[in-house]
Design a protein around this ligand. Structure first.
Ligand code: SAM
Length: 341
């Protein structure tokens, strides 16, 4: 295995694989519309195709995989894919991000299949707020799913919360306390102006400094942990030892250390969450390209990379939603739920 580097010296280590663009929630910050233009079914990669592409990616340096979506647990027999990827020695870390709705049934299967880590998105502890935010009545199922993940022994459980001013910024302490009760580390994510977030505006962002101030006011001194890592979250410790994270992509992007790329469910490869154009790996795979040819294509794509999308957004004056709904409808690949979070 060799590790390729992009034009500013960043390696390719992390691959987020979206296994479906479908979702069973309609979160205001991600999929605010009821109906979308979906990827054609025949374009969706089979598990064997995903596994074959993973072999090409590990060949050039990827050793961490996160399955995402859409909602990945909507993909039938996802545990079979987990088993296929967990069996690859080159995959040192295999994680899943889910909204948790289907986790109660699937957590034992995923654990048995060899999944290493799980992150559940949880923006509120209040069922009525959940309904307003997601337009679905499934809060109890999410909490039950989190408990099931804990019971199934899926350690290193994380809870991801998108913090939005005027929506849920008053629940930071409650979420930390809930995280403690289920053995999970909470990560607060700044509301991002990604594709899909058509209602985004700067005044709805509750930034890292405000999150830290709110928590310090309640708990006392918050200590930053000194860590060398390309992980998106900065981690902090509360006086009682509880650790939490903040992903400050909107106000303090970490493009300089970004070693992540994204593969959509139909095999388009994006080198940045904000990238307009992707590289079509499905076409090459289905045209019979060899593993060596595909690895070479991936290496060349990464070596040409200079993306730093989140940093460029910060420099943008009059920052508003990245794309209007009309433009997103023309190309579903621009949507966050297609690209995977
Ligand atoms: N359905 C799964 C879930 O809910 O975790 C996986 C896909 S979802 C697109 C992945 C992550 O992206 C979630 O944690 C979600 O909160 C985050 N996300 C989506 N839109 C976002 C936005 N505008 N700002 C910040 N995070 C966002």
């Amino acid at each position: 295995m060799s590790t390729v580097q992009d034009r500013i010296g960043r390696p390719l280590r992390n691959l987020r694989i979206s296994v479906t663009d479908r979702c069973n929630l309609r979160c205001q910050y991600c999929m605010p519309e009821e109906h979308y233009v979906w990827l054609p079914r025949s374009d969706i990669l089979e598990f064997e195709e995903i596994a074959a592409l993973v072999d090409c990616f590990t060949e050039v340096g990827v050793d961490r995989i996160r399955l995402t979506g859409g909602e990945p647990l909507l993909r039938h027999d996802l545990n079979t894919l987990v088993q296929m990827l967990a069996a690859k020695p080159a995959v040192r870390d295999l994680a899943l991000t889910t909204n948790g709705i289907l986790l109660t049934e699937q957590a034992p299967l995923l654990a048995a299949a060899g999944l290493h880590r799980i992150t559940v998105s949880l923006d509120t502890l209040r069922p009525e707020r959940f309904r307003a935010l997601t337009r679905r009545d499934a809060h109890a199922q999410v909490l039950s799913g989190i408990a099931a993940a804990h019971r199934a022994g899926l350690d290193a459980l994380k809870l991801d919360t998108v913090v939005m001013r005027g929506i849920n910024e008053d629940e930071l302490v409650d979420l930390i306390e809930y995280g403690k009760s289920v053995g999970a580390e909470v990560r607060f994510i700044e509301y991002m102006d990604v594709g899909g977030a058509t209602h985004w505006s700067a005044d709805k962002v509750h930034p890292r400094d405000a999150i830290l101030a709110d928590l310090a006011q309640h708990y006392g001194a918050v200590t930053p942990l000194r860590e060398e890592s390309s992980a998106p979250a900065d981690r902090y410790r509360l006086p009682d030892g509880t650790v939490f994270g903040i992903i400050a992509s909107t106000t303090a992007p970490f493009c300089r250390s970004c070693d992540r790329a994204r593969l959509t469910a139909d095999g388009m490869w994006y080198l940045c969450l904000y990238a307009r154009i992707g590289i079509d790996l499905r076409a090459a795979l289905r045209a019979g390209a060899s593993k060596e040819e595909l690895s070479a294509r991936i290496a060349a794509g990464w070596q040409a990379r200079s993306d730093r999308g989140a940093e460029l957004r910060v420099e943008h004056r009059d920052r508003a939603a990245l794309l209007p709904a009309s433009e997103l409808r023309k190309d579903p690949h621009l949507e966050m739920h297609t690209r995977g979070g």
